[in-house]
Design a protein. Structure first.
Length: 661
């Protein structure tokens, strides 16, 4: 055992000063990108674009920029151009020989957002910004127009490769950043997804009604069937209310008008904007932002929103003499609501480098006070509207209490449905026969699946990213994981020794993930969950894998879908006979597949292909050896010992093929 000084007592394990590394400049970012952007997956890859766009948005929110131009070109470069003040280019007083621009791009924790003098509000101060984007890009070029002069400087992998160079006079101002993520960090196959970037730009335009965002994307990057425009101008004077109306489309709501508005916090502490509606179909959503930065894990501002709504609605119920209002909770109010919340505050504090959860304690109090005051007026301003909402919320509270008393899940009618996980879009059939639950990765794919489904028999539950690996997690982590709690609650059948097949709320449970490596990983994690926590569900034949297509082949009026490369080649030979040009488009993910195509290829019972997941009957004496072998394999590949996975890779490496080198 090593002692406190690192000595193990073994030969050849000297530990001295020469073993201590000091990483200079931005090298720590390149060595450990996960510490700064949360990993090197697709989400982290697109986080780089968000960081640069957020800088321009901060200029707009501060009142110095009115226009932001965003471009994605065919070479994979992402460009953001604004008409703000422009990054300072004068020499930095502390770093002799370097301009302020070069210091910002090559030094962690540098910028103009720390003192609060330059920006009253900004997207956070966690050292994740332009310098980190520079560190993780193989090419980054900055142009600054200040004082009617244009300057440029080039960088690569965190280092300046040119000096700050004057380019001549110009009649404009602002900053342009053009960068290309480093394939050495993210892999050669990593690329920006136009649909994801477009949604990001659109949400920013909704969040700050004073900015105009001009979107441009090379048409060759937009896949066939995608609805992402090549060019668009995004400007929404109505702010979050425009956002909510566009999301709701023609869906019916409990109240005739949404609860929407904005308010300034006292003492110039910031401001808040909100837009909330309660759809009849109970499909819920909550999207929150702080200083235009998305906070998908919520935080103190969401807590303030929920508390303000609860206090106000309870007070209104007491005012009109409805005693049942005393039993409602914030979940009863927000469980079936479409909610958008945006706050602008000084010096926001986030949990984690990627700013996914707001931790500023004061935000809860400020938002709660603003929301309660305006909700009080909204409720009292239209008693009929307030009565409809209160009755619906009380109904949810009664259903929740009934569930606690009965300790079992029962289906309800469309107007009196049991409160289930917020993101679950449940089906309407009142028995399990013929029903299906689709487990999809992410809200984007969930949105497409909800549009493509048969509402009577098909339910959709979006899961956020890769779920917990239950084979290597402790019981405490399993019990605290909200994604798995939601899944267990939606199924209603219990786990392990409490599993009851009669209480399973769906006849089929279908894992529907992207037809790529990440999708296969998520499917593996879900199958591991069911194998460990609900093995009887698999043994009774309830678990299936959807088979979404990877390619669409079209020629004239004829089209076909291919599951993989081999299927594609087979279709080219048999269906198209090798004659004429065949257009081949590759789907980039379920979230970017139009709902009609998703329905036609993957969800329509008449056309789809499902794979049934089978395991040996573990309680059958004849198959006991095979069952042990399956259990051992799951432990080796998914368990807590990484050395077993390494051994498996070594033993099976000779079978690997078609690898990118």
């Amino acid at each position: 055992m090593n002692d406190l000084f690192g000595n193990s007592g073994k030969k050849g394990t000297d530990y001295s000063a020469k073993d201590i590394e000091v990483l200079e400049g931005l090298e720590p970012v390149r060595r450990r990108p996960g510490m700064y952007i949360g990993g090197t997956d697709e989400r982290a890859f697109h986080h780089l674009a968000a960081e640069i766009l957020d800088n321009s948005m901060d200029e707009a929110v501060a009142g110095y920029a009115t226009r932001i131009e965003v471009e994605l070109d065919a070479q994979g470069f992402f460009t953001v151009r604004d008409n703000g003040r422009g990054i300072p280019i004068d020499p930095h007083p502390k770093y002799k020989g370097k301009s302020a621009l070069e210091v910002i791009l090559t030094t962690l924790h540098s910028g103009g957002k720390f003192s609060g003098k330059v920006y009253q509000t900004s997207g956070g101060l966690h050292g994740v910004g332009s310098s980190v984007v520079n560190a993780l890009s193989d090419s980054l070029i900055v142009e600054v127009a200040r004082d009617k002069q244009l300057y440029s400087q080039s960088f690569s992998r965190g280092l300046a490769v040119t000096k700050l160079t004057p380019q001549g006079p110009v009649n404009r101002r602002g900053t342009t950043v053009r960068f290309h993520p480093d394939p050495d960090i993210f892999g050669k196959q990593a690329h920006f997804k136009p649909a994801r970037l477009y949604r990001m730009c659109r949400s920013k335009a909704y969040l700050f009604r004073g900015v105009e965002i001009r979107w441009s994307c090379d048409p060759s990057l937009i896949g066939e069937g995608e609805t992402t425009p090549a060019n668009d101008t995004l400007h929404f004077p109505g702010g979050l209310l425009d956002f909510l109306n566009a999301t709701l489309e023609s869906r019916k709501t409990i109240t005739s008008t949404p609860f929407a508005g904005q308010a300034e916090f006292p003492d110039e502490q910031g401001r808040v904007e909100w837009a909330i509606a309660w759809p009849v179909d109970d499909d819920s959503m909550c999207s929150s932002y702080c200083n235009t930065v998305p906070t998908p894990e919520g935080g103190t501002h969401e807590t303030g929103l929920r508390t303000g709504l609860l206090r106000s609605l309870k007070a209104y119920g007491d005012l009109i003499g409805n005693r049942k209002a005393a039993q409602i909770t914030s979940d009863d109010i927000t469980g079936g609501a479409m909610m958008l919340l945006s706050v602008f505050i000084r010096d926001p504090q986030f949990q984690g480098q990627t700013k996914e959860k707001l931790a500023t304690a004061e935000a809860a109090r400020l938002v709660e006070a603003s929301i309660k005051d305006h909700f009080d007026h909204w409720l009292s301003g239209d008693p009929g509207r307030a009565k409809d909402l209160l009755e619906r919320v009380i109904e949810k509270a009664e259903e929740r209490l009934r569930k606690r008393q009965d300790k079992e899940l029962t289906r309800k009618t469309a107007t009196r449905r049991l409160r289930l996980p917020g993101k679950l879009a449940d089906c309407t059939r009142d028995t399990a026969n013929g029903t299906e639950l689709f487990l999809v990765e992410g809200d984007s794919a969930g949105g497409s699946a909800k549009q493509a489904r048969d509402r009577e028999t098909q339910a959709v539950l979006p899961l956020r990213g890769k779920i917990l690996n239950v084979a290597s997690a402790s019981a405490d982590k399993l019990g605290a994981n909200q994604e798995l709690i939601d899944l267990i609650q939606a199924l209603g059948c219990g786990t392990r020794d409490k599993y009851n097949n009669d209480k399973l709320r769906y006849e089929k449970v279908i894992i529907m993930t992207d037809a790529d490596v990440d999708g296969a990983h998520i499917a593996s994690l879900l199958m591991t969950f069911f194998y460990r926590e609900m093995p009887q569900l698999i043994e009774n034949g309830h678990l299936f894998l959807a088979q979404p297509p990877l390619y669409r082949l079209s020629q004239g009026g004829k089209s076909a879908y291919a599951r993989d490369d081999a299927h594609k080649e087979d279709l080219l030979k048999k269906e198209f006979n090798g004659r004429g040009k065949v257009e081949i488009s590759r789907f980039k993910g379920l979230g970017e597949m139009p709902a009609q195509q998703l329905k036609e290829t993957t969800m329509d019972r008449r056309k789809r292909t499902l794979l049934k997941v089978r395991v040996p009957q573990r309680y059958n004496d004849e198959d006991r050896a095979e069952a042990r072998e399956t259990a051992d394999l799951v432990e080796r590949l998914m368990g807590r010992k990484p050395e077993l996975r390494f051994q498996f890779i070594q033993e099976n490496a000779r079978f690997a093929r078609d690898l990118d080198v």
